[in-house]
Design a protein around this ligand. Structure first.
Ligand SMILES: *Cc1c(COP(=O)(O)O)cnc(C)c1O
Length: 431
């Protein structure tokens, strides 16, 4: 049959749309999405890749099966806060809160009086309860926004912020904290040297134009050897408010992470304002935390920029649920018992024919660099990695020394069966 004949026999769009499979899809999807699938199917038929009679079936196959193009991923990398995989997975209660907050909610409304109420008051109260040392709290879009708001509100254009040279860091994807700070119009006054900065360096730089002293946590790198820096406790003796960006959003000390600063200790050491992330070690949704002196937090809240950085009801709901939850998947993964990880890896390896190997997990998300979390992985052929990523479910492992390692640290224990089935499917296709 010639190309011309095939082209003539490709069914018209309205005929395909009338097929029950596509008519059904039109009830849940918008018309443009369904028509695009039909268009692709017709195009395949014109190229001779699909029989004209199968165009409707092909279009139905091409329809999006999920409401979003985002794919759920089984994180078998061993990296707990994997930036490329969306950082912190949410606790069940936070997921439930998202579903609830999707509709109308009393976000800024008092149901008793029938009048306006403070936006997100439940989430803010939960954060205040979690860190009793704080004067007041504020939640904004992310950690970077919290820092920008703090510098903007306290220093403003031309105001000076003093910072140690060893803390002028890039945190990933070309994102440099000093650029972020100067984007506010404030002037950075750098003191000390790359490896050593002393209290006297700060003291000499502090003057009438100093609006704040900045303490930036060098989250993703470590300096060793001949180094020194000045802690928040000593910086706080110099007079200007100390703004400490702790990065991870850890609220209280965690013995597993002795070098990660936490909000409570940093406030007790004398920081006037502490900023951090909601979706790193806190284990919640993307958010920026501001804690500290009530008068300064009020200045931040009243600044016009605060409105541009505010969070939506979904974030507030998930954030509050995270703070009230007994634990988070992030915390569970960080503190997973190596013996339990080994037992799970052995069970998987017995089923799949892989080998159990020690595997060093990492905190990720710019936290605790160099810290190796002892765990175990199932080692499989490296050729499995790509099909596992593209399979259903999508499994992302780690390719190391020509093996595909599946580290179970960040895989919920209830998902081992699903993970095994995904590997078996790939093994079938690879042999
Ligand atoms: C991660 C990080 C930030 C940025 O926080 P986001 O929530 O990603 O915007 C800022 N400062 C430090 C020290 C960080 O580690």
């Amino acid at each position: 049959m010639g190309t011309q004949d095939v082209r003539r026999r490709v069914p018209r769009t309205d005929a395909v749309l009338a097929d029950p499979r596509l008519a059904g899809a039109l009830e849940r999807l918008d018309r443009a999405t369904v028509k695009a699938a039909v268009g692709h199917a017709q195009e395949r038929a014109r190229r001779g890749e699909v029989a004209p009679a199968d165009v409707a079936a092909e279009a139905a196959r091409l329809l999006p099966r999920r409401p979003t193009s985002l794919r759920e991923v089984i994180n078998a990398t061993g990296v707990v806060l994997h930036t490329n995989l969306g950082r912190a997975p949410l606790a069940p209660a936070a997921r439930e809160a998202l579903r609830l907050a999707a509709g109308y909610v009393d976000l800024e409304y008092d149901v008793v009086t029938g009048t306006r109420a403070r936006r997100g008051r439940g989430a803010l109260a939960a954060l205040r309860r979690a860190v009793p040392d704080t004067g007041d709290v504020l939640v904004v879009n992310n950690g970077a926004a919290a820092l920008v708001l703090a510098v903007t509100a306290l220093a403003g254009v031309g105001g000076e912020v003093v910072v140690g040279r060893g803390e002028l860091i890039e945190i990933g994807d070309g994102f440099r904290l000093p650029d972020l700070v100067t984007s506010t119009g404030a002037t950075l006054r750098e003191v000390g040297t790359t490896n050593r900065t002393h209290l006297g360096d700060y003291a000499a730089a502090v003057g009438p134009r100093t609006a704040a002293i900045l303490k930036l946590h060098p989250s993703n790198f470590r300096m060793e050897g001949f180094t020194s820096s000045v802690g928040v406790d000593r910086l706080a003796t110099l007079g200007p408010p100390v703004v400490a960006d702790i990065g991870s959003g850890l609220l209280a000390p965690d013995p597993l992470l002795p070098d990660e600063p936490d909000a409570a200790s940093t406030l007790r050491a004398g920081a006037a304002v502490v900023t951090g992330s909601g979706d790193k070690l806190l284990g919640g949704p993307q958010a920026g935390l501001v804690l500290g002196r009530a008068d300064l937090v009020a200045r931040l809240r009243r600044h016009p920029l605060a409105r541009a950085l505010r969070v939506d009801k979904l974030t507030l709901a998930a954030f509050e649920a995270t703070l009230r939850a007994r634990s988070t998947p992030t915390s569970e993964a960080l503190h997973a018992d190596p013996a339990a990880l080994r037992a799970r890896a052995e069970a998987l390896a017995a089923r799949l024919g892989g080998q159990v190997v020690p595997s060093a997990g990492a905190v990720g998300g710019g936290g605790a660099p160099g810290l190796e979390l002892a765990g175990f992985a199932v080692a499989l052929p490296a050729a499995y990695a790509a099909p596992l990523r593209q399979g259903e479910p999508c499994v992302v492992g780690r390719v190391e020394r020509d093996r595909c390692l599946l580290d179970l640290r960040c895989v919920p224990a209830g998902c081992d069966g699903e993970l095994a089935r995904a590997v078996e499917e790939v093994a079938r296709r690879c042999t």
